[in-house]
Design a protein around this ligand. Sequence first.
Ligand code: BMA
Length: 357
Amino acid sequence: MAIQSCKSYKNLTNGIVVVDEEASIETLYLLHRIQKIKDHGYAFGHQDATAYGMGWKNNGNQYKSDVNEVSGDFPAVYGFEIGHIELGNTINLDTVNFSLMKGLIRKAHEKKGIITLSWHPDNPVSQKSAWDTTKAVKFVLKGGGLHTKYRGWLFRVADFLNNLKDKRGNNIPVIFRPYHEMNGSWFWWGEGNCSTDEYKQLWIETVDILRNEFNVHNVLYAYSANTFQTEKEYMKYYPGDDYVDILGVDIYQHGSTENFVDALNRDLKILEKISTEKNKPFALSEAGLNKIPIDDWWTQILDKNISKYGISWALFWRNAWPNHYFVPFLGATSSSDFANFKRLPHVLFLKDVQKIK
Ligand code: BMA
C-alpha cells in the first residue's frame, strides 16, 4: 500500500470516525475494505480456519484449511480466539498456541485476508471459564476490588495486539469482538449476570485502557449480540457510537430451519437499518449449523436469507471435533453444495477479496 496521509484514508472511510482517533493507517484501510466488500457481496469467514480442521492440527509447518480442500480457495475472513491470553498462557482455551496464531494471523493478513478476534476470558472472580456466571463485572470496573487484576489482563491483551506485525514491522489491523452474545445469559458478562450499565462500563473501560493507556491502535471494535427479537433488545447493552466500529450478530441454527430463517431475516433487517442510520458496517459475526446435516444448506437456506441485506461478512464457527464442526471437510455432507456456494459471484473467498482495494 502506498503511504498516504491519514486524512486521505479518513476520506476513504466515507467520513466514518473510528473509535480510535489514533488508529493506524492500516486500520482505516481495513475499515475502508470492509465497507467496500458489501458493494460486491459478502465475505466468507471461518473460525480457526488455518489452525486446525477435521482430523488435523497445524504443527507450524503447514498452511491449510478444510475450506480450501473442499472449495479450492481459502476463506476471506479469519476468526481467531484469544481466550486465556489474559492468564499469560502460551496456548488458548482451545489449545491453539499463541505464537503459532500470530504467525497464522500474519500469513492471512499478507494474503489480504481479514482478521477478527474473539475473546472468552475466564471468570475473574471464580477463575473458572467464561461460561461460569458468578457475578464478576462490577469487581473489575474502576473502583472494584479486581480492577488492578483486570488491568493486568488487558495489558496482556494489548501486548498480543501490539505484537501483531507484518514482515516490514507494520502493525496488522484486526477486528476485536470482545464480550459477545451479551444478551444471552451464558457468559459472566451476559444478561442477568451484570446490569446493562455495568456491561457498558466494562466495554468503555476496556476500550479506554487498551487505546489510551496501552497504546493499541490497530483495532476496530465490533459489538456482537446473540440473535435478538427487537431493535431495543439489540441496543440494550450498546456502549455508544463512540465505542463501536462494527455491528454484529451471532445466529446459529439450533432448531428448525424455519426458526433459523426467521431469525436471519428479522435480525439482519434490523441491523441493516441501524447500520444505515449509524453509518457503521455490519456482519453476521458468528453463524452455523453444527455438522451441516442438510445437503443444500449453504445455497438454499443460508445464502438465500443473508445475501440481500448488505452484511460485510459471515463467519462460521470452528471445525473442532467430529461432533462440533460448522464447515464441511472433504467427504462431509454438504461439501458439494458448499463448493457451489463458493462459486456464487457475491460470495467472496480469499481470491475475491484480494481484488477489493
Ligand atoms: C465455543 C465452543 C468451545 C470453544 C469456544 C471458544 O463455541 O466451540 O468449544 O472453547 O467456542 O472458541
